[in-house]
Structures are given as C-alpha cells and as structure tokens.
Design a protein around this ligand. Structure first.
Ligand code: HEM
Ligand code: HEM
Length: 143
C-alpha cells in the first residue's frame, strides 16, 4: 500500500499538468502568436500550477521515503531517480518565475517564455517518469 502512494499521486499530478499546460498554451498563443479572442484563465492556471509543482516536489520525498521503507535503500532506480534530480531545480525555477509574474504583473517576454519552456520540459520529463515508473512497479514492487 505504502509503495503506491507516490506513483498514484505523481500520475494524478501529471494528468493535471496537461491541463495547466493547455491553459499556458492559451496565454502563449495570445502573447507570441497574436491570437485574438482567447482569455487566459490566470487564477486557475496559478492555483492548479501550484498544486502540480508542489505535488511533484513533495512526492519526490515520498518516493524516497517509500524506497527506504520498502527496500532499505535509496537512489537505486537508475534513470528514474536521475531524471527526478534534474526535475528538482526546474520545479524551483518554474514555481519562482510563476510567483514573480503573478505578484508583480508587467508586460514581459523573456520570463514567461523561460517559464513556459521549463514547464513544458517538466511535463515531458514527468511523462518519462511515468514510463520508467511503470517498469519499477512491474519489476520491483509487484514482481
Ligand atoms: C505545471 C505547471 C505549469 C505549466 C505547465 C505552466 C505553463 C505556462 C505557459 C506555457 C505559459 C505561457 C508562457 C508565455 O506566454 O510565453 C505560462 C504563463 C504563466 N504562468 Fe505558468 N505554468 C505552470 C505553473 C505556474 C505556476 C505555479 C504559476 C504561479 C505561481 C504560474 C504563473 C504563470 C503566469 C502568471 C503566466 C503569465 C505570464 C505573463 O504572460 O505575463 N504558472 N505558464
Ligand atoms: C513526476 C515526477 C516523479 C518524480 C520527481 C519521481 C521521483 C521519484 C524518486 C526520487 C524516487 C526514489 C527512487 C530511488 O530512491 O531510487 C521514486 C520512486 C518510485 N517512483 Fe517515482 N517519480 C515521479 C513519477 C513517478 C510515476 C508517474 C510513477 C509511476 C506511475 C512512479 C513510480 C515510482 C515507484 C514505483 C517508485 C518506488 C518507490 C515507491 O513505490 O513509492 N514515479 N520516484
């Protein structure tokens, strides 16, 4: 049971991240592609974005704790933990840049772009984590 908390939470956050990315895409299309007649759901993007990024970060620790609980060892899942270590600083940047843009509204180009790229990359990495995570479940948790 304990070994399932981390994979279930991370998968739910991944699904939610696709929606948050879609909301961000709406903003991107308006700001950079000149698409008119679209409304960026600012508050919803910020709230759900915080839920996704905080879940990914907190559930990193839960994954480690579960590994210690189940296997008495951590950092043994090869690509899965390595990619997780790459995700941590990206999550910090994504959250910090989002908070700055939300608190002090201004006309910007570079910061939203950097924020959007970091977050799009995070979603791709999380998809990869799902792929490697399913192998871990099959070989090391169920099997
Ligand atoms: C999974 C999480 C997230 C994803 C995938 C995401 C994605 C994006 C994308 C693609 C954009 C458009 C960037 C552009 O126009 O160049 C954007 C804009 C924005 N994001 Fe996020 N974001 C996430 C989390 C957050 C969080 C946690 C916050 C706030 C704490 C936030 C605040 C904002 C704001 C304020 C903008 C508009 C900036 C502007 O145009 O001035 N985002 N996001
Ligand atoms: C999205 C971001 C994710 C991050 C940052 C992350 C991070 C981690 C970390 C740091 C560990 C400890 C590994 C070790 O000590 O070697 C771990 C374990 C694990 N991860 Fe992930 N993970 C993510 C997503 C997923 C997903 C989507 C799944 C599967 C659906 C998954 C399945 C597992 C499993 C089965 C373990 C073994 C411990 C446990 O069962 O809780 N992970 N993960």
């Amino acid at each position: 049971m304990i070994m399932w908390i981390h994979p279930v939470l991370q998968t739910l956050a991944l699904v939610l991240s696709l929606y948050v990315l879609y909301l961000g895409w709406v903003r991107f299309a308006f700001a950079h592609l000149g698409k008119k007649g679209v409304v960026f759901a600012w508050k919803r993007h910020v709230l759900l974005g915080k839920v996704v990024l905080c879940t990914w970060a907190a559930d990193f620790a839960i994954g480690l704790a579960a590994a210690w609980w189940g296997w008495k060892s951590v950092f043994i899942t090869h690509h899965h933990y390595l990619v997780a270590l790459v995700m941590l600083p990206l999550i910090l940047f994504a959250l910090a840049s989002g908070l700055v843009m939300d608190r002090t509204k201004a006309k910007r180009t570079a910061l939203p772009l950097a924020h959007g790229c970091a977050n799009a990359l995070l979603v791709l990495l999380a998809l990869y984590q799902l792929y490697t995570g399913i192998w871990i479940l099959r070989d090391m948790v169920i099997g």
